[in-house]
Structure formats: structure tokens, C-alpha cells
Design a binder for this molecule. Structure first.
Ligand SMILES: *Cc1c(COP(=O)(O)O)cnc(C)c1O
Length: 224
């Protein structure tokens, strides 16, 4: 008897198919949308089948947790930091991650630029925008995004590849995705990290180039 397929392998295939359909529905090539599979707080039994199915891009929101999970296993993978980063963890973050999506303030930019210099390696960077201007949420507010992006270039010497946002949970996400796309366009940025399990299809319609999907792929966190 063969073992039944792992639930996460089926859920993963379903999410990949939904991404493809959402892209096609708005005339986009599905290959222009990257799935960042958010493996934070997930047990290895949920992650292994998704790895085995060929997924190579994973998202994590804590530096230490990510290192514990992926150290020695990250060959050939692309790891994204999608959670808030403290300046004093810039060293580990630059050494470990391929993409840091949560750049949002000068102090952190300084620390990251310093580590890029010292380590001679640079992750790709996204600036997080707090589109809903929520006080408890990280990210630069929309009105300060242009100035901060300019400072990243001219003061900190960091190349920013795109923008990331997490819309307020209680609001329709579409207007937030549209705002992020608008800020990116006027700053000449082509990459948009937006959309999670509940709204990734909407995000694709608004131009997401990567979607960060956790529970729809791996199951509800902490219950697997
Ligand atoms: C946890 C998390 C996700 C994934 O959330 P799901 O709703 O499980 O898909 C995406 N983005 C960020 C920044 C997160 O912290």
C-alpha cells in the first residue's frame, strides 16, 4: 500500500493552479507571479511535501526561527524575510536571506548597508509600505515612501527592487494593492509583493509579482 498524499502537497498544487488561473484571467503570464510559500511556524512534516513537489521559494517572519528551520537545507532555495527586522539582527539577516522585504526606516537601512559592505553579499530588498497607516504595523507610510525610496538610493546606497504591503485585516484589500502599485510605478519599481492566503487572487489582478501564501498551502499554523 502506498501512503496517502500529504495534505499540504494537494493544497500546494491547488494554490499553484489558482495562481495560474488568476493570472490568466487578467491576461498575465502565470510565470510572472512568484509564489512565496510562507513556512513560518509550520512543522517540517507540512513543509517536506511542498519541497518535494518542487517549491523553491519560502517566506519566514523571524530571523532565528528561519535559521533553525532552514540551516543546512537552504541549498538551491530562495528565502524571503517577510517579518519586521530589528537593526541588531541585520548581520544575521544579510548573511542568511536572499530577499529582505521589510526595509522601512533609516536606522535599519544604515545597518543593512553596513552589513552588505562588510559581508560582500547583498540580499534583494523590498520596502514595506504601511498602506493602511496602522499604528501597530511596520512599514513606511505612503506619504513618506517616495522620500524614503530616494534616501535608500542616495544616502544608504541600497538598491530596492520592489514594494511590499500587508493591508488592514478588516478592509477590502484591492485599494491597498492599487495604492502600492501606484507608489511603485511612480518610483520606477517593477516588483510588488502583495497578497496572502485570503486575497492573493485579488493581488494578482492588481499586479502582484509575488504572493506570500502560508495557511492555504501548509494548513493553519500551530495546528498541523
Ligand atoms: C504570515 C504572513 C503571510 C502568510 O499569511 P497566510 O494568511 O497564512 O497566507 C504573508 N505575509 C506576511 C508578512 C506574513 O507575516
Amino acid at each position: 500500500m502506498t501512503a496517502p498524499p500529504q495534505p499540504s502537497a494537494a493544497a500546494y498544487a491547488d494554490v499553484v493552479a489558482r495562481i495560474g488561473r488568476a493570472a490568466q484571467a487578467c491576461g498575465r503570464d502565470p510565470a510572472t507571479v512568484t509564489l512565496v510559500a510562507v513556512s513560518k511556524q509550520q512543522p517540517w512534516e507540512a513543509i517536506a511535501p511542498v519541497l518535494a513537489a518542487g517549491q523553491t521559494v519560502f517566506g519566514e517572519n523571524r530571523v532565528q526561527e528561519a535559521m533553525a528551520r532552514w540551516e543546512g537545507k537552504s541549498q538551491g532555495l530562495t528565502l524571503h524575510l517577510i517579518g519586521p527586522l530589528q537593526s541588531n539582527k541585520a548581520k544575521e539577516a544579510v548573511a542568511f536571506f536572499d530577499v529582505i522585504e521589510t526595509l522601512d526606516r533609516g536606522k535599519l537601512a544604515t545597518a543593512l548597508a553596513d552589513q552588505v559592505q562588510r559581508q560582500g553579499r547583498s540580499p534583494r530588498f523590498y520596502v514595506q509600505v504601511n498602506t493602511g497607516e496602522e499604528p501597530q504595523k511596520a512599514g513606511v507610510i505612503p506619504g513618506e515612501a517616495d522620500d524614503f525610496l530616494k534616501a535608500c538610493r542616495t544616502i544608504y546606497g541600497l538598491t530596492v527592487e520592489g514594494l511590499m504591503c500587508i493591508p488592514p485585516a478588516a478592509e477590502p484589500a484591492g485599494p491597498h494593492f492599487a495604492l502600492l502599485a501606484k507608489i511603485a510605478a511612480r518610483n520606477g519599481l517593477s516588483k510588488l509583493s502583495m497578497g496572502m492566503s485570503d486575497d492573493f487572487e485579488t493581488a494578482i489582478r492588481f499586479g502582484a509579482t509575488s504572493v506570500r501564501v502560508g495557511s492555504a498551502v501548509f494548513g493553519v499554523r500551530g495546528e498541523a
